[in-house]
Design a protein around this ligand. Structure first.
Ligand code: BEZ
Length: 212
């Protein structure tokens, strides 16, 4: 059965460009992003892994550990990492899983047989520190992911994990958020001391609660 939001992400051990890892040990108490790409030595993937490496500090700031995956072997990953570092002016220092037997791809539903019988699609899974799956996005091989959006959604997930809020369309860190319907307006007025803008009884905004 496929993995769904709210499920516990399965643990696994795997060979990677940085040696063998145990997924849960690698994540520790951090948030995790596991993303698959169709194949090594391909152009879109080269830019995606370069972009991920360049955003190292942004992921660290958010306590997020990243891992990539393709079904190619470790030696191929290592050669390709040299190319990524050279062409994208970066240093890839996160593990790339060599999922030759498709064990991890099967656990995470990264092979969509009607798209490709053998290669993984461009999926990305965000996992909370308690190992629950918080987000799954899947792109076709021909479309590179938007890593600004990946950081934005991490910001939203981390905020909504800690406060009774949701984030509106196109929300960015620092903008007003929405009070979830489960909180009554009476309680919201007590809970959100920065104030409430009530547009409709079900549409209530408050300034982002974790900012000074
Ligand atoms: C790429 O990563 O560049 C790619 C991979 C498979 C099909 C098309 C593009």
């Amino acid at each position: 059965m496929s993995l769904r939001l709210g499920d516990t992400a399965p643990n696994f051990t795997a060979q990677t460009s940085l040696g063998e890892i145990d997924f849960y040990e690698f994540l520790g108490n951090s948030w995790g992003i596991l993303f698959s790409h169709p194949a090594d030595y391909t152009p879109v993937c080269t830019t995606e892994l370069g972009r991920t490496a360049a955003l190292k500090e942004e992921f660290e700031k958010r306590n997020v550990k990243v891992l990539a995956l393709s079904v190619d072997p470790v030696d191929k990953h290592l050669g390709w990492i040299n190319d990524i570092n050279e062409t994208q002016n970066c240093s890839v220092d996160f593990p790339i899983i060599a999922d030759e037997d498709r064990k991890v791809s099967t656990l995470f539903d990264f092979i969509h047989p009607n798209a490709s019988a053998t290669a993984t699609v461009r999926s990305l899974v965000i996992i909370a520190p308690d190992k629950t799956v918080k987000l799954i996005i899947t792109y076709p091989a021909s479309t590179g992911r938007n890593f600004v959006e990946v950081l934005r959604v991490v910001d939203s997930l981390q905020l909504t994990a800690n406060y009774s809020v949701a984030t509106p369309a196109n929300w960015k860190h620092g903008e007003d958020v929405i009070v979830v319907p489960a909180v009554s307006t009476e309680d919201a007025l007590k809970k959100f001391d920065k104030g409430l803008t009530i547009v409709k009884p079900y549409l209530r905004y408050t300034p982002q609660p974790d900012l000074n």
